[in-house]
Structure formats: structure tokens, C-alpha cells
Design a protein around this ligand. Structure first.
Ligand code: NAI
Length: 344
């Protein structure tokens, strides 16, 4: 396969078009972009394409993968790191290659997690509105000093490690949990521990592990009960790590003192689109958003200029590299294997 690869890109936003089309490798592909997400209804659009380029909330279950395979698609190029929405076993059975962007500016997501921590704590989002309104009253804006607090980081891969590095600058005590500890973080003063100790000791818990069968609803009624009263919970990873109903109950009982989310279990129905003139039908989301101590952003942790450029570059390299069976050198040195979850 050496001819120009024909790519169908789903869930395309204006910023995707901009970052992909301005990259020099763009001239080596033929790209058709669809604003719509990939779903059972839209999979039929893929007839005649070699590669499908998908994002976090596109659906790639067994049924859809079979439709893509039957349509002649050979490669699923994820333009993100997480791949919990892809049935990898089925892709493997069908011989569909699956690639992703293993790390794009992990600092971007770590900095966003820190922004959620700082905003929830010091309430700058509320202060901004008050001061604009001529209200200089400080009541209700009381925060706590981050220095010396214990922060639990669950998952210390690219993003969790970047957060640990940031937090060392604040003089926090850092507890980590990961099945594969990173010695470089221990050298910085972070301590690895078991999940039970991390949950029961931390003032702030930040989630950075992938969503899979083991981590689904990691935050549930039982784990919440084991935490400190008034704990702050931050999730910039994947919504399914949290049992949203359990978290709502924990907010109502004051067990959870602060909640910062960049991801939400049912986000595929809401995120990345403007619903401001509609009636939102998701009552669980609406209840969550109603708490004064909950801050939700719409999956924007990755959303920096640097990260978008890296996503475009690595995805283009994956698409062209697959087409040339990896003959194209990969600019940032990452071996094809680390980018291809399923090799052809
Ligand atoms: P990574 O693969 O570098 O690190 C994940 C770490 O989690 C690994 O060290 C792994 O050993 C560990 N881990 C696996 N299962 C675990 C468990 N049950 N408990 C604790 N640790 C566990 O991934 P990276 O790049 O750090 O990304 C983390 C997650 O962040 C991704 O899975 C993705 O869901 C999410 N993400 C969110 C973005 C956003 O815009 N909000 C953007 C990019 C990624």
C-alpha cells in the first residue's frame, strides 16, 4: 500500500482541521472530515476509506469495527492517548491496525488538573464574578494552603508523573499508587503506597490511570467512605473511573468537600458541542453541576497549542507510516510499536 491514504476523520472540530492542515505531512494524505461522531449510524460513511481517524468519544465497539472492516478500512488511527472506547480484541481478530498518540504534552493535562485544584481551593472563578459585580466580600472564598498537604496521585504514567513534578514545587507530601512505580518520582520525594493508604490519608486525590475493567468505578461508595472527610477529588482521566451517583451522595453528606472533573461518565452525549440553548436531559449531570463545590470542564485537559500540534504530527506519522508499512521515519523517535496497539 503506497498510494495516498484516504482518511475519514470523525468528530472533527475547527481546531482539528487547523492543526492537521497546517502540518507539512498533511500533503501526503487525502482527508475527508466529518463533524459527526463515529457511531452505528455513521459507520457506513467509511466506504472507500483506508483509515478512520477517531477521538475519545467515537464508538469503536465490535459491531462498528466489523462494519468498518467490511467497508475496506484497514487502520484505526486514534488521535488521543486513551483507547478504552476501542474493542482491541475484536480489532485484532479482524486484522485492523490500531494506532494512537501515546503521549502528547502530558504537562498540558497535569497543568489542567492543577488548575482545577487551585480554582476549587481558592475559588478564583467565584472571585472573578464577584469583583466584576463590585462585590469585594471575602465570605465564602476561604481556601487552604497547599504547602504540606498530602496529595494522592493514582497512576503515575506520563500525566501523573508530570503532576507529581509540579506538586513538588508546592511543598506537598505526595503519595502515589501505580502497579509500576517510577523511581524518578521517588527520587523527587514522592512515596509509593497501597491504594487503601492513599485513599485514607490524602487531602486531595487526583486520578491519572486508564479506564479498564479493573479501574471502572474505582471511586465508589466504599472507596469514598474510606477517605478523609472533606477530601478533594480530581478526575482528568476518564469519567468511568467514578461512580457518579456515589459521588453525588458523598457531596450531599459532606464526605467530599470538593470535586473537579474534566471528564464525565456519560460525556459522549454532551461534551465537545454547544447545548446552551437546549434543555439538558441528563439529570445526573445537572445535579452534579448544581453543587457550589463542584467544578466541571468539558474534557479540555489536552487543549493546548503544543498538544494539538503533537497530536496532529504523531497521528499523521501513524497514518502515513502504516500506509508505507513504517517506512516513514517517526520524527520524535517513538518506535512504531508504542504507537500501534494492534499491528497489522
Ligand atoms: P500512561 O499510560 O502514561 O499512564 C497510565 C499509568 O496508570 C501507568 O503508569 C499504569 O501503570 C497506571 N495504571 C494502570 N492501571 C492502574 C490502576 N488500576 N491503578 C493505578 N494506576 C494504574 O497514560 P497517561 O498519558 O498518563 O494518561 C492517563 C490517562 O489520562 C489516559 O488513560 C487518558 O484516559 C487520560 N487523558 C485525559 C486527557 C484529557 O484531556 N483530560 C488527555 C490525555 C489523556
Amino acid at each position: 500500500m503506497q498510494s495516498t491514504p484516504r482518511i475519514a476523520m470523525f468528530s472533527t472540530q475547527a481546531y482539528d482541521k487547523q492543526s492537521f492542515s497546517s502540518h507539512p505531512l498533511y500533503s501526503q494524505i487525502s482527508l475527508s472530515s466529518f463533524d459527526t461522531p463515529l457511531s452505528a449510524k455513521t459507520a457506513s460513511l467509511c466506504q472507500g476509506f483506508d483509515t478512520v481517524c477517531a477521538f475519545v468519544n467515537d464508538k469503536l465497539d465490535a459491531e462498528i469495527l466489523r462494519t468498518l472492516h467490511d467497508a475496506g478500512v484497514k487502520h484505526i488511527a486514534m488521535r488521543c492517548a486513551g483507547y478504552n472506547n476501542v474493542d482491541i480484541d475484536c480489532a485484532s481478530e479482524l486484522g485492523l491496525a490500531v494506532s494512537r498518540v501515546p503521549a502528547y504534552s502530558p504537562e498540558a493535562v497535569a497543568e489542567h488538573a492543577l488548575a482545577l485544584i487551585m480554582t476549587l481551593n481558592r475559588k478564583t472563578h467565584k472571585a472573578y464574578n464577584r469583583v466584576r459585580d463590585g462585590n469585594f466580600d471575602l465570605n465564602g472564598l476561604l481556601g487552604f494552603t497547599l504547602h504540606d498537604k498530602t496529595i494522592g496521585v493514582v497512576g503515575t504514567g506520563h500525566i501523573g508523573a508530570a503532576l507529581v513534578r509540579l506538586l513538588t514545587g508546592f511543598g506537598c507530601n505526595i503519595l502515589c499508587y501505580d502497579p509500576y512505580p517510577n523511581e524518578a518520582l521517588t527520587a523527587l520525594g514522592a512515596q509509593y503506597t497501597d491504594l487503601t493508604t492513599l485513599f485514607s490519608t490524602s487531602h486531595i486525590i487526583s486520578l491519572h490511570c486508564p479506564l479498564n475493567e479493573q479501574s471502572h468505578h474505582l471511586i465508589n461508595e466504599n472507596s469514598l467512605a474510606s477517605m478523609r472527610d472533606g477530601v478533594m477529588l480530581i478526575n482528568t482521566s476518564r469519567g468511568g473511573l467514578i461512580d457518579t451517583r456515589a459521588v453525588i451522595n458523598a457531596l450531599k453528606s459532606h464526605k467530599l468537600g470538593y470535586l473537579g472533573l474534566d471528564v464525565y461518565e456519560m460525556e459522549s452525549e454532551l461534551f465537545f458541542r454547544d447545548h446552551s440553548s437546549e434543555i439538558i436531559q441528563d439529570d445526573v449531570f445537572e445535579r452534579l453541576a448544581s453543587f457550589h463545590n463542584v467544578l466541571i470542564t468539558g474534557h479540555q485537559g489536552f487543549f493546548t497549542i503544543e498538544a494539538l500540534n503533537q497530536i496532529a504530527e504523531v497521528t499523521l506519522e501513524n497514518m502515513i507510516g502504516y500506509n508505507n508499512q513504517f517506512a516513514t521515519p517517526f520524527a520524535n523517535g517513538a518506535a512504531p510499536k508504542s504507537r500501534f496497539l494492534v499491528l497489522p
